[in-house]
Design a protein around this ligand. Structure first.
Ligand SMILES: [Fe+2]
Length: 597
């Protein structure tokens, strides 16, 4: 039984394919169209799911869309009508589009699917799941648990913004929910907007900025903006927001409360911005910890699953673990709406078709390596066409050569096997480098990624050695947990002499490139299952006695992660990357200066 899940028309379009419950493929449309967070119908992603398995519509048993368009339409309509005439401006802008495209989404989806293959009738095979149900399914069904509490937190789907499900074998039951406009995702996005970053994109930056500030405004936020109840449920004071009807996230009252105007994109970051970032991060953590504490007490279950965009806040996730209530935590790596495509397909398979579910020891996500791959033959053909000078190495020599280059400070574009699903590069489409260098963070941010200098980089570390370097002893295969550098790996710095971004270039540990200003690090642990990147890191450890590498996604700022050899090559050419590794081929920038234009 083959099922295709689809998410689109909001942000992060994606398609997933499952076969008899096994996750076969999952990919975001942005990787093909090269438009970051592309929200359009995922033609390319669906075609990839089909072609890579030699399928056509006659082989597909169900197509599942990740939310219910009519309910979402109702929410938009009701919100606008409540606020008339204030919301009329955005109503006028949004409604014609909705009326034309989104109300008739079933027909639109069918029409688009027939553009891919119109040889078979599929009109009786279209299904819809609730947005939060899709998130819940994406978190529970691939997890290793037979039973779990599932917490979903995002901006908004149809109406729901926060939901709790209980998962048991092949079923999910909704227990409680919080509805729009009260939303942790929208709260955090409002601060993202206020601090001058892009909504649905800059949320990581707020999290990265927070450690540079003091949470001076957290009480102010709790007093005026959000009312937090003892069970962790909350209400946002709409007096300060504009997102229900306006075209901005926050309003004048919000600025007045913080006695500062919203930051413009090119305005320099001041200490106050960092203090506000620290404050909202702290408030978010407090709420999440309160929710999880109550869920633990209420349901007495030792397993917790998370999904929804807020579950990408790895600092908060790390604190859930530190809380030591839930024994096990599993987070869907594509926790945002892209993952909804996978959840939607899994929900129909288990709950509509009532299929038996068999859990796997770690999980069923296959390291999230679920996208396109390219053979050495395809790579050679591409490189020859580009007249590139390269060297082919067998696996052993490839690993030795790259590990040696890394130990000499070279920055490497590493492209292997299947592309990752979700926002993180996990060692198949990664830029990797030596974390021991004090200059590496600056170089990577400014010469390779062309992004804000304050943004931290994440370490990959051999799982068997993680506890020697970090206060962490578990497994974090998807880089969704934050922990801290161990005391014995820290270096003494005169912290008090420095303020704000001055703190950035202090060498605060033996692996400064992956040590944030508060000594935190967003860890990915590697095991043998990660294959080549694991072998590479093992070799690097042999040479340097350091089982850690910097791992950042293979892209530049505001571009999607590379998908094909061509994308990787383009990124290699326009950045300060020293070496590109495509499959078993090594391309050295120095030897190609004349050709690479
Ligand atoms: Fe969502």
């Amino acid at each position: 039984m083959n099922i295709i899940g689809i998410s689109c028309f909001y942000h992060d379009s994606a398609a997933s394919l499952i076969r008899n419950g096994e996750i076969i493929s999952a990919v975001q449309e942005e990787r093909f169209t090269r438009i970051k967070h592309d929200a359009s119908f995922p033609f390319n992603s669906i075609k990839y799911c089909l072609n890579s398995e030699n399928l056509n519509w006659s082989n597909i048993d169900a197509f599942v869309f990740y939310e219910k368009p009519f309910i979402k339409f109702e929410r938009l309509l009701e919100t606008y009508l409540q606020k008339v005439p204030y919301g009329f401006k955005s109503f006028k802008l949004a409604m014609p589009l909705w009326a034309k495209e989104k109300i008739f989404q079933r027909q639109l989806i069918l029409k688009n699917l027939y553009l891919i293959d119109n040889n078979y009738s599929i009109k009786d095979k279209i299904f819809f799941t609730d947005h939060h149900h899709s998130h819940a399914a994406s978190a529970f069904y691939p997890s290793p648990f037979n039973e779990a509490v599932v917490l979903n937190m995002d901006g908004v789907g149809e109406w729901t913004t926060t939901s709790v499900y209980l998962g048991k074998n092949n079923s999910l039951n909704l227990k409680k929910e919080i509805n729009f406009p009260h939303s942790l995702g929208l709260l955090y996005s409002s601060f993202t907007y206020f601090l001058g970053f892009k909504v649905n994109n800059g949320e990581y930056k707020i999290m990265g900025l927070a450690p540079y500030g003091e949470p001076k405004y957290s009480e102010l936020i709790k007093k005026h903006i959000i009312d937090i109840k003892s069970d962790g449920s909350f209400r946002l004071n709409q007096k300060y927001f504009n997102y229900t009807t306006g075209l901005t996230m926050t309003n004048k009252k919000f600025s007045e409360l913080f006695k500062i105007n919203e930051r413009k994109n090119n305005e320099s970051l001041k200490q106050k911005h960092m203090d506000i970032a620290a404050s909202i991060q702290l408030v978010l953590e407090e709420i999440i910890l309160l929710i999880t504490k109550n869920l633990y007490n209420e349901y007495g279950n030792k397993n917790l699953c998370l999904a929804g965009g807020v579950a990408l806040n790895c600092v908060a996730n790390g604190k859930i673990l530190k809380q030591k209530l839930f024994k096990n935590l599993w987070i869907q790596p594509a926790a945002g709406d892209a993952g909804g495509s996978l959840g939607a397909a899994l929900a129909i398979y288990y709950e509509y078709f009532k299929k038996k579910r068999i859990t796997k020891k770690n999980d069923s996500m296959k390291n999230s390596y679920l996208g396109p791959s390219f053979s050495n033959i395809e790579i050679k053909k591409f490189l020859d066409k580009k007249k590139t000078k390269y060297k082919f190495e067998n696996e052993r020599n490839l690993i030795s050569s790259v590990a040696s280059s890394l130990s000499k400070g070279k920055i490497i574009g590493w492209f292997q096997n299947k592309m990752e699903f979700g926002p993180r590069a996990l060692g198949n489409r990664s830029i990797i480098s030596d974390p021991r260098s004090n200059e590496m963070q600056k170089n990577l941010n400014l010469k390779i990624k062309f992004r804000e200098s304050f943004r931290p980089f994440a370490p990959i570390v051999l799982k068997q050695k993680v506890s020697k370097w970090f206060s962490f002893n578990g497994s974090s295969p998807y880089m969704l947990l934050v922990s801290h550098i161990k005391d014995e790996k820290k270096l003494k710095v005169e912290e008090k002499k420095y303020k704000g971004l001055q703190k950035l270039y202090l060498k605060r540990s033996h692996i400064p490139a992956v040590t944030h200003v508060d000594y935190s690090a967003r860890i990915q642990t590697l095991t043998k299952k990660n294959n080549l990147i694991y072998k590479l890191l093992k070799k690097f450890d042999e040479i340097t006695k350091c089982p850690v590498l910097v791992n950042t996604s293979f892209n530049v700022k505001d571009e999607p992660i590379v998908c094909s050899p061509m994308d990787a090559y383009k990124c290699f050419m326009k950045t300060g990357l020293d070496i590109l590794v495509l499959g078993n081929y090594i391309i050295d920038k120095k030897k190609n200066n004349k050709i690479l234009k």
